[in-house]
Design a protein around this ligand. Structure first.
Ligand code: ZN
Length: 198
């Protein structure tokens, strides 16, 4: 039972936007307090009571309590009127590595962290800023080749335009194959492909 309670649930806000991940335990509290509804892969929504009734026919991932049994949801949707924006992604080294998936954005080589560097596309010496749009992961070779130049000056080309990533990149550890197949329906396709780009 405990393992199921700490499993993860995707949370949508009332506009169906994926805003965070919570534990099953938290999701059940929200459902019970009528602050959220269960969302099925078919986009149907159920309140706590109805979901408990349906859970009688479920044969897996069911939590049993003395008063009811409930199937663990994969996705819930908040129903309150409070504005719940998606989580923010901090601009830091760790998240830059996660965004670019430990892959040199010039040659496409994936490598260990100590073989990679953070490159300013427009070099700092030319006024380039430290922002999501101007930093990428580069291997040591590409970084050395580029030096203080612009990529095109050294025949290098970015594999994709750098931008602020989706908050889900920091949650990759939660992506079991089952979660992937259900959650991806609720996440913008462009983002999803970037998140899972491997
Ligand atoms: Zn490279």
């Amino acid at each position: 039972m405990n393992a199921l309670l700490t499993d993860s649930v995707l949370v949508l806000n009332r506009n169906w936007l994926a805003v965070r991940i919570c534990t099953v335990r938290r999701a059940l509290v929200l459902l019970y307090r009528e602050m959220a509804q269960v969302v099925t892969p078919e986009y149907e929504t159920y309140d706590f009571q109805t979901w408990c009734e349906l859970s009688r026919y479920a044969d897996s991932r069911v939590l049993h309590t003395p008063r009811f049994q409930i199937k663990v949801p994969d996705v819930i949707k908040l129903i309150g009127y409070t504005r719940t924006p998606p989580l923010d992604v901090k601009f830091n080294r760790r998240n830059i590595f996660l965004r670019d998936n430990f892959t040199c954005q010039y040659c496409g080589r994936k490598a260990q962290r100590d073989e990679l560097t953070i490159d300013h596309v427009i070099p700092r010496s030319r006024g380039g800023k430290s922002t999501w749009e101007n930093v990428v992961i580069a291997c040591i070779e590409c970084n050395a080749k580029k030096g203080d130049s612009l990529p095109q000056e050294k025949g290098l080309q970015l594999r994709r335009k750098p931008k602020k990533p989706h908050w889900l990149i920091t949650c990759r550890r939660f992506f079991t194959p089952e979660k992937k197949s259900v959650w991806q329906k609720f996440i913008d396709h462009a983002y999803w492909n970037v998140i899972l780009d491997e």
